[in-house]
Design a protein around this ligand. Structure first.
Ligand code: ADP
Ligand code: MG
Length: 371
């Protein structure tokens, strides 16, 4: 599980004089479910195609299992791809589609049948071997495409937005199915997605990409809790980003004067800051609390409080978001989300009422800003 299986070193790909993949360095371990997450057009598919050997790098190295792949053609790489379109042959049955790669390799029919049977079990398609693709649902087609990759027993399966074509409900189910199958077979999966929820709930590790460059590589929880820059903070979930200047640094406390709100906040976030450093305080909406303006400031728990007025309440079902305008200042409204379990929140606060927004010392992440 811990040996590096794939190593990308300074990998770049240029189209028409522009790098769409730029100096990518990544290490992927054997057995990992690895995610590449980024907005549409940031170079995810190109990166996957480079690993598969369907594109040649402009510079850099791809090493799989200790061997440089640069001069190894696509069909000789220990890699199989599940394409975004699935690319299933319409005139072949499920069984023929899945066994096709083995047939090309000259494997005898009995052996192919045996291996197709085993894979059908894994992807939960047993009994459908004779069906044609046009007799299958979107989720079943997806399983055929996955089975076709798995049957080749590659070291790595590459998946390009495999759930994008499914409706929301099916996508939820397939999400967990894919993770289960990956853990069962133990093959390294590299999956590309633009959907942050998908990435957070499925992946062991995620590389966040923007404009061809890797922004941060971490486990889902670390990406969300400790984003390294404001792109990551805003792409993964939503975030309140407040500019400020460091005013005091103690062993486990950093004090920041917020520029737009003109108020000092205290944070446990420690990035070896020095006084006068410019920083951005990133605070997740669910880590801020709405409080009645008349309740005395709590100096123990929710140390940081700013005052404002309630601009808007947006109901989302399980949670509501509140937009708070900061009193008499030009600052962006703060966004807070609260669970709709207690019922009282919505009733208690009316649009236009003065409120306090409070958060704990450990709620903010501080990001250095280079002005
Ligand atoms: P993503 O999968 O993240 O949406 P892609 O890797 O498909 O992004 O594309 C990244 C950029 O590279 C886009 O601007 C796209 O237009 C461009 N691109 C992709 N493939 C080619 C190609 N074969 N020739 C020219 N430009 C391409
Ligand atoms: Mg793509």
């Amino acid at each position: 599980m811990n040996a590096p299986l794939i190593s990308l070193q300074g990998l770049s790909k240029e189209f028409h004089g522009k790098n769409v993949v730029e100096l990518v360095d990544l290490t992927i371990k054997a057995g990992e479910f690895y995610g590449i997450l980024g907005p549409s057009g940031c170079g995810k598919t190109t990166l996957l195609r480079l690993i598969a050997g369907l594109e040649q790098p402009s510079s850099g190295q791809i090493i799989i299992d200790g061997l440089s792949m640069n001069s190894v053609p696509a069909n000789r790489r220990p890699v199989n791809t599940v394409f975004q379109s699935y690319a299933i042959f319409p005139h072949m049955s499920v069984e023929e589609n899945i066994g096709y790669g083995l047939k090309l390799k000259g494997i005898v029919p009995e052996k192919i049948k045996e291996r197709v049977g085993a894979i059908l079990d894994i992807v939960d398609l047993s009994g459908l071997e004779r069906r044609r693709p046009n007799e299958l649902s979107g989720g079943q087609l997806q399983r055929v495409a996955l089975a076709r990759a798995l049957i080749m027993q590659p070291k790595v399966v590459l998946l390009d937005e495999p759930l994008a074509a499914l409706d929301a409900k099916l996508r939820e189910i397939m999400k967990y199915e894919l993770v289960k199958i990956q853990k069962d077979v133990g093959i390294t999966f590299i999956m590309v997605t633009h959907d942050q929820q998908e990435a957070l709930s499925m992946m062991d590790k995620i590389a966040v990409m923007n404009e061809g460059k890797i922004q941060q590589v971490d486990q889902p929880k670390v990406l969300y809790e400790k984003p390294k820059n404001s792109f990551v903070a805003n792409f993964i979930g939503s975030a309140n980003c407040l500019m400020g200047t460091v005013t005091k640094v103690e062993k486990d406390r950093t004090y920041v004067m917020l520029t737009d709100i003109n108020q000092e906040i205290i944070s446990t976030a420690n990035n070896n800051f020095r006084v006068k450093d410019s920083v951005q305080a990133i605070i997740r909406p669910e880590k801020m609390k709405l409080q009645d303006i008349n309740i005395a400031d709590d100096n123990k728990e929710n140390v940081n409080c700013v005052r404002g007025s309630l601009l808007e309440i947006i109901y989302h079902g399980g949670v509501s978001t509140f937009r708070i305008g900061i009193t008499d200042k030009n600052a962006e409204p703060l966004v807070i989300s609260q669970l709709n379990d207690a019922q009282q929140t919505k009733a208690k606060y009316r649009i236009g009422s003065n409120v306090k927004v409070c958060w704990r010392v450990d709620a903010a992440t501080l990001i250095p800003v280079h002005l």
